[in-house]
Design a binder for this molecule. Structure first.
Ligand SMILES: Cc1ncc(COP(=O)(O)O)c(C=O)c1O
Length: 384
């Protein structure tokens, strides 16, 4: 199928599976390499690193290129995708590719905690100032931008407090002023929000979550427009980021089923979110597809679906509630086939979180009725 546009499910099934990489196998195999052997010094010293060219383990093998290419094909407007050893490494690597000493970075106040820590410690040490902005600021970001603002980092929804940001409005302001925009799009993936088409320059995914999908791999990816991809990839290499081929292979394997898994996460999470709305010990349900979630109207306008992660405000102690759950695991991360629950402890600089006693759920692929029974028994044991 070279002369007509493939539909998305076909792209997910076919992406990156070049015959020259997979040969007669269905899947591109795990190719392990540090050293690549050349036929001559001239060959070794000639050429330059690019996707599909064996140079050194750092530049990857067909196992990595297949994953990069598949992700690039899924992101309309992307020129390429760099791989990293975790989602956090993708965020820090992407930021380092566009920032320099003396620059200012604007970061959504709803950002993932370790991203905040990276900005407040490492970036600060290297002379980059971070200022936080209200996640719901929209086009009023124009009033926050300063003379040295070089980049804006978005995360939509915020992975703890679930605010949906007006990504196109923020990116339009940034573009007018020559400011680069980066989005952590882990929750939606390009399947529910094609970020570059929405105006973003660099879109980042913690592949540890839905791409891997089985809670057994750490990987991060960043896809960029033509304007930013070369420096993104160059910086990843300059920083020495290398992904194990086993992990790249697991991520490619996960990617093939990501769309069907996401549809089930979506259906189950919505069923549970609607049920929670009617529980007496529950206040606001922070699910982007439900009215009441900050930014819900923007979600309706921009997104084509919702995934399995959301939060709710509890009348009671969040830790007690989570400890009583039996089917929901207690642990970091999300996006696997299994359900998880956590008390949310937001850190804020300039905005209020949308609830004071939040529980975050990741709804996995178990039967949602069993999950509802589990939540029910935990509500029943909460002290009055
Ligand atoms: C929204 C978001 N971005 C990035 C990350 C970091 O990904 P990783 O755990 O692969 O470093 C996480 C992890 O929980 C996350 O929730």
């Amino acid at each position: 199928m070279t002369d007509r546009q493939k539909r998305r499910s076909t792209t997910i099934a076919e992406g990156g599976r070049r015959k020259e990489w997979r040969r007669r196998l269905v899947n591109v195999p795990v190719e392990r390499a540090s050293t690549i052997l050349f036929d001559s010094v001239a060959e070794l010293e000639g050429g330059h690193p690019q996707l599909g060219e064996y140079r050194y383990g750092l530049q990857g093998t067909a196992t990595h290129w297949a994953l990069s290419e598949a992700l690039t094909e899924l992101e309309p407007g992307a020129a390429g995708t760099a791989l990293y050893s975790s989602g956090l490494a993708a965020i820090s690597g992407a930021l380092l590719s566009v920032l320099a000493a003396g620059d200012e970075l604007l970061v959504t106040d709803s950002v993932y905690g370790p991203t905040r820590t990276f900005c407040d410690t490492v970036l600060k040490r290297f002379g980059v100032t971070t200022r936080y902005y209200d996640p719901l600021i929209g086009s009023k970001i124009a009033e926050v931008v300063g003379p040295s603002t070089r980049a804006i980092l978005l995360e939509s929804p915020g992975s703890m407090t679930m605010e949906i940001q007006d990504v196109p409005a923020i990116c339009a302001v940034a573009r007018d002023r020559g400011i680069v925009t980066l989005l952590d799009n882990t929750w939606a993936t390009p399947l529910f929000f094609p970020a570059i088409a929405g105006g973003v320059d660099i879109t980042i995914i913690a592949g540890t979550k839905y791409v891997g999908g089985h809670a057994d791999v750490m990987i991060g990816t960043a896809s960029a427009t033509k304007e930013y991809f070369a420096r993104l990839q160059r910086t990843a290499w300059d920083l020495g980021h290398a992904v194990s081929p086993d992990d790249a292979w697991l991520a490619s394997r996960g990617l093939r089923t990501m769309e069907v898994r996401l549809k089930q996460h979506e259906a189950s999470a919505l069923k549970i979110a609607h049920w929670l709305k009617n529980q007496p010990r529950v206040g606001l349900v922070l699910h982007p597809a439900l009215p009441g979630c900050p930014g819900h109207d923007v979600w309706k306008r921009d997104f084509t679906g919702s995934s399995g992660l959301f939060a709710f405000d509890l009348d009671g102690d969040a830790a007690t509630f989570v400890n009583q759950l039996e089917l929901f695991g207690i642990g970091y991360s999300w996006g696997g086939y299994e359900s998880l629950a956590l008390p949310v402890r937001p850190i804020r600089a300039v905005s209020e979180p949308p609830g004071s006693n939040l529980v975050r759920l990741h709804v996995g692929l178990e039967d949602p009725d069993d999950l509802i029974e589990d939540l029910s028994q935990s509500f029943a044991t909460l002290p009055d």
